[in-house]
Write a protein that binds this ligand. Structure first.
Ligand code: NAD
Ligand code: WQD
Length: 344
């Protein structure tokens, strides 16, 4: 049987859903998803169907359940590769509930790797994070930049996750790639799907769009005296569709056997550092909305500036970002307006 199905874990979540859409738009692969909707809504699959015309099956299974995970592989003998997005991802929450983060993120990773190993599914992509780099001495950061001590249990699950994958695939036929995302933002160009935080958001862009529609009364810019061009922090914001596209390129790269090592790591960023105030200005410019914001104290744990050198992904995967800051803001706004319309 020709293996032609991609199993996406966390397919009801933000990046997983956008990746499924890009796979369906741009490749011949079939897709199945596994997501217990711990941090997402089961109606995501209906949104994906509306956009692509394809009904994707989601298994509502907790990936920490090894038996249930194995059963999915037994039912689907044509899985070519796994893109493993499923994880808990809130940095602050992970400090409050470390046990939950370690149990969920580590056990689901072990369970899915076990299922891959037993079923000869040999292509594995892992969602990693720029949070591994922490405070860095030199910018931009590339894959050889030394990792600092992780600042949160969440970041630690990514660090251990990469190490677990490297150790485990050393003794089987799996080849793996860890993609370290910088700051994914924005929404699909249709405006019919996007980031939909179940709880009060803490990430900048959903805070901006929710402030613009009045759900959040006022945005606080965390810190105005950093050593940056306008005093606010610098990050590398990257459109979620560009991130999705990198996963397809990474899968194809493994499928074609182009990898030189069994485990490879790539940064995913635009390479441009942008300040918080510049993001706000871009939002106001492209949407015509005046944002209610104030300058406030620093947020504990924030690094002053971080942005990526993504030359390695460009060179090896043939991947480059296509979408700029204005479109990131416009698409996030379009999605927020869809959510508002759905409420009324
Ligand atoms: P998300 O919360 O929107 O999606 C993750 C999905 O995984 C959710 O739908 C959740 O229900 C599911 N899930 C969690 N634990 C599960 C389990 N045990 N069994 C089944 N499903 C489970 O998050 P996202 O923003 O789409 O992030 C996807 C991945 O990318 C995560 O691994 C995250 O750590 C990583 N990442 C995200 C960012 C970001 O800023 N969004 C940045 C870097 C890395
Ligand atoms: C961006 C900038 C804030 C909210 C986090 C995780 C990281 C990765 C990406 C998962 C910062 C400022 C924010 C607000 C603000 N996720 N800000 N007011 O902290 O760079 O990275 O998401 O792997 O691990 O830590 O993203 O969107 O929270 O913040 O001024 O209300 O916006 O200080 O400079 P962050 P963020």
């Amino acid at each position: 049987m020709e293996k032609n199905t991609i199993l996406v874990t966390g397919g009801c979540g933000y990046i997983g859903s956008h990746t499924i859409i890009e796979i369906l738009r741009n490749t011949e692969f079939k897709v199945i998803s596994v997501d217990n909707c711990l941090n997402s809504s089961p109606d995501t699959m209906e949104r994906i169907e509306k956009i692509t015309g394809v009904k994707v099956k989601n298994y509502n299974v907790d990936l920490t359940d090894k038996k249930a995970t194995l059963k999915i592989f037994e039912e689907n003998q044509d899985i070519l590769g796994v893109i493993h997005f499923a994880a808990l991802k809130a940095v602050g929450e992970s400090v409050q509930k470390p046990m939950w983060y370690y149990e969920n993120n580590m056990n689901s990773l072990l369970s899915i790797l076990n299922a891959c190993q037993r079923n000869e599914v040999n292509n594995f992509i892992f969602s990693s994070s720029c949070s591994l780099y922490g405070n860095v001495a030199q910018l931009p950061v590339d894959e050889n930049t030394p990792l600092s001590k992780t600042e949160s249990p969440y970041a630690h699950t990514k660090k251990i996750g990469e190490e677990i994958i490297e150790n485990i695939i050393h003794v089987n036929n799996i080849n793996a790639i860890a993609l370290r995302y910088f700051n994914p933002v924005g929404a699909d160009k249709t405006g019919l799907i996007g980031e939909n935080p179940i709880n009060k958001p803490s990430n900048l862009v959903p805070v901006i769009t929710q402030t613009a529609v009045g759900i959040i009364p006022k945005l606080t810019v965390f810190g105005d005296d950093y050593n940056t061009r306008d005093g606010s922090c610098i990050r590398d914001y990257i459109h979620v569709t560009d991130i999705a596209d990198a996963h397809i390129k990474a899968l194809q790269y493994l499928k074609d056997g182009k990898n030189t090592d069994k485990f490879e790591i790539f940064n995913l960023g635009t390479g441009d550092g942008v300040t918080v105030l510049e993001v706000i200005k871009a939002f106001e410019k492209v949407t015509g909305q005046k944002l209610n914001y104030e300058l406030g104290p620093k947020r504990p744990g924030d690094v002053e500036a971080i942005y990526s050198n993504s030359g390695k992904a460009e060179k090896h995967l043939g991947w480059k970002t296509k979408i700029g800051l204005d479109e990131m803001m416009a698409s996030a706004w379009k999605w927020q307006q869809t959510l508002e319309k759905e409420k009324s």
